[in-house]
Design a protein around this ligand. Structure first.
Ligand code: ZN
Length: 321
C-alpha cells in the first residue's frame, strides 16, 4: 500500500484508541524520508512515561505540569531518524507547547483530523490553537492541513510561501569536539556561563549519525520565527499567555535539536544552568533521560520547577548532580 497522509492519519486514529488517558485520547504519526531515502513512520499516543506512571502515578501533577507526554512530542523525542523536513498527522489540534516543539524540530507539514475540531476538548481549548499554535506555525513556516477521512478531502488551513525562511536569531550552536569527557564539558560550561551572563542555557554532548562528537549549546529564546532583537517585541514574547509562552526553554530546545538533526545524547553529559521547568523535566523522562547536571539548584524560571525536581528526585526517576 502506498502511504499517504490519509494512511498515516488512519494509523494515528487507530493508535489513539489505546491511549491510557481517560478522556483525551490523542495520537500522532510522524513520517518522512531518512538519509537512505527510505520512508519511515512512527506513531505514539499521549501517555505517562513508564517511570512516572509506575513510581508517581497518573493522578499527581509534576510541579505544575501534567505528567503526560503529548503524542506529537513523543513522536519527535523518540524518532530513530532525523525529523527535519518530516510531516506529522495528529488526531487533534495541537497545543502551543507542541507547536513550539514541532517548530524547533524542523517539521514542515502538519495534518489534522477534521473531526478533531468538533471535539469537546478543542471547543474548550480552541483559543490557544488559533491564537498561539497557528501563529507559531505561520512564523516557523509550517503548512497545516485538515483531512476529512470520510470524504478523502484535504482542506488547507495554512500554506507558507515555498521560499519562506524563518528568523533564527539565537540558533542552537553545534561545535565539533575531539572527545567526550567531564573536563571538556566543564570548559564549555565555563565559557557559556561567560557568554550568557544571566540567561538560562543548556549544554549537551552528542554524537551525530556519522559518529562525530559535538557540544551543543542552547539558551532560552523565543521559538524559531520570532526575533528578540526589538526590545518591545521581546517583552511581549516574554509575557506568558495563561499557561503558555512563546519562549522555548533550553533543555527542550536541545532535545528538539537533537531529534531534528539525528543526534544521540551521551547520557551523562547534559547540563542546565538552572533547574529546568516542570514541563522540561517531564519531557526528559519521556525521552528516556535519567540524569542532568544543574548549575544553580535553587533557581528556576518556573515557580513549581523546584517541586518537580524534588518529586522526580525522591522517586529516583531523574538524577540531578
Ligand atoms: Zn501538546
Amino acid at each position: 500500500m502506498t502511504s499517504t497522509p490519509f494512511s498515516h492519519m488512519q494509523a494515528a486514529l487507530d493508535m489513539a484508541l489505546d491511549s491510557p488517558h481517560p478522556t483525551n485520547k490523542i495520537a500522532a504519526t510522524l513520517f518522512g524520508t531518512n538519509k537512505e531515502r527510505e520512508d519511515f513512520s512512527i506513531s505514539h499516543h499521549n501517555h505517562w512515561p513508564a517511570p512516572i506512571q509506575e513510581k508517581i502515578g497518573t493522578e499527581i501533577k509534576i510541579g505544575n505540569s501534567s505528567g503526560t507526554i503529548h503524542a506529537e512530542t513523543a513522536c519527535i523525542l523518540n524518532s530513530p531518524y532525523s525529523v527535519e523536513g518530516a510531516s506529522l498527522c495528529i488526531t487533534d489540534p495541537f497545543c502551543p507547547n507542541c507547536a513550539k516543539n514541532i517548530a524547533e524540530a524542523g517539521i514542515k507539514n502538519i495534518y489534522l483530523d477534521e473531526e478533531g475540531f468538533d471535539k469537546d476538548f478543542f471547543i474548550r481549548r480552541g483559543e490557544n490553537f488559533d491564537r498561539m499554535s497557528m501563529q507559531i506555525c505561520e512564523r516557523a513556516g509550517i503548512n497545516v492541513y485538515a483531512l476529512d477521512m470520510e470524504e478523502n478531502k484535504t482542506r488547507t488551513i495554512l500554506e507558507v510561501p515555498k521560499n519562506y525562511k524563518p528568523i533564527e536569531d539565537s540558533p542552537v550552536s553545534a561545535e565539533p569536539i575531539e572527545s567526550i569527557n567531564e573536563a571538556i564539558l566543564y570548559d564549555i560550561i565555563e565559557a557559556a556561563t561567560q557568554n550568557n551572563k544571566r540567561r538560562k542555557f543548556a549544554v549537551a554532548m552528542a554524537k551525530n549519525k556519522n559518529g562525530n562528537d559535538f557540544a551543543l549549546i542552547a539558551r532560552s529564546h523565543a521559538v524559531v520565527g520570532y526575533s528578540m532583537h526589538k526590545p518591545e517585541e521581546a517583552l511581549d514574547l516574554l509575557t506568558p499567555r495563561g499557561k503558555y509562552s512563546f519562549i522555548q526553554e533550553p533543555v527542550n530546545r536541545l532535545m528538539m535539536y537533537m531529534s531534528r538533526k539525528g543526534f544521540t545524547l551521551y547520557p551523562d553529559y547534559l547540563y542546565c544552568s538552572q533547574v529546568p521547568t516542570a514541563r522540561e523535566q517531564v519531557n526528559l523522562v519521556g525521552a528516556g533521560i535519567k540524569r542532568i547536571t544543574v548549575g544553580d539548584t535553587q533557581k528556576c524560571r518556573d515557580p513549581r520547577g523546584l517541586d518537580a525536581m524534588a518529586q522526580l528526585k525522591s522517586a529516583k526517576i531523574l538524577n540531578y548532580s
